[in-house]
Design a binder for this molecule. Structure first.
Ligand code: SAM
Length: 249
């Protein structure tokens, strides 16, 4: 029936899709996708004919007019499935503005839950899962990244980050500077894929392990909660000052 369906899709293994997700993709009137090619391929793999339906490209930077068009289509009775490139829409992915606009128009928003890299990493990352904070992607700029890590330092939760493979070493070094060498962490790479790899250890050991490595694939970093190890305030201040200086150059 009419409404927005936020459909989770696999993060690496095509068969990690739910039966309900397939039902929705097969029966909906319209599909909005972050990456139309990935969406088309996923439907092909699962034998779902597109018929005369079109896959509409939809991004975080889609205009208000584009959002309004989709809301109007739902108001006119359409069922719209929204998929991101991988995993759960809205989680470091587009969909939030659209979901909010649909709800504000008094129309139904339904989740078809499924894979997400956050939860998958927590499942295999060997760090406490009772309380965690999802921090998404931190800024790439060294000073801003370090400042955010310092802000997160005392949270009593396992911290979850998304990071690109080319920045993983710098990220781990910044985390060590901000949070201390002895914090436990896990680098979860290529989850659910052929070359899945989970590396767990102290931050300083992981910095060494990833030094000079040409890292490929997708990565979630988990960092253990504050509390076990005291961090020396002065070290952080020195590191922050150094990063600020680098920024100014
Ligand atoms: N919506 C997705 C979700 O629910 O997890 C996340 C989308 S975000 C744009 C992409 C990031 O998620 C990647 O850069 C990586 O940090 C993480 N990610 C996605 N798939 C992954 C995988 N198979 N293994 C490790 N990390 C993954």
């Amino acid at each position: 029936s009419a409404g927005l369906y936020l459909v989770a899709t696999p993060i690496g293994t095509a068969r990690d899709i739910t039966l309900r997700a397939l039902d929705i993709l097969a029966s909906c009137d319209m599909i909005a996708a972050e990456d139309t090619r990935t969406a088309r391929k996923l439907m092909e793999i699962h034998g779902i004919p597109l018929g005369d339906r079109r896959i509409i490209a939809f991004h975080d930077h889609s205009s208000d007019a584009a959002v309004a068009r989709l809301v109007n289509a739902i108001r006119d009775g359409a069922s719209l499935a929204c998929v991101s490139e991988a995993g759960t829409p809205l989680i470091a992915d587009p969909g939030f503005e659209l979901a909010r606009a649909v709800r504000a128009a008094g129309l139904p928003v339904t989740a078809a839950p499924g894979p997400s890299a956050v939860v998958t990493a927590l499942s295999v990352g060997d760090l406490p899962t009772d309380r965690f904070a999802f921090c998404g992607f931190l800024p790439a700029a060294p000073a801003a990244r370090l400042a955010e890590l310092v802000d997160l330092r005392d949270l009593p939760f396992t911290l979850v980050f998304y990071e690109s493979p080319k920045r993983i070493h710098d990220f781990l070094a910044a985390a060590r500077d901000a949070l201390g060498s002895d914090r436990q962490a896990s680098v979860c790479r290529e989850l659910t894929k052929k070359f899945e790899e989970v590396s767990t250890g102290r931050l300083s050991d992981l910095v060494d392990a990833f030094d000079g490595r040409n890292v490929k694939g997708e990565i979630v970093v988990l960092i253990g909660r504050a509390g076990a190890v005291a961090v020396v305030e002065a070290d952080i201040e020195v590191a922050l000052r150094q990063a600020m200086q680098t920024m100014r150059v």
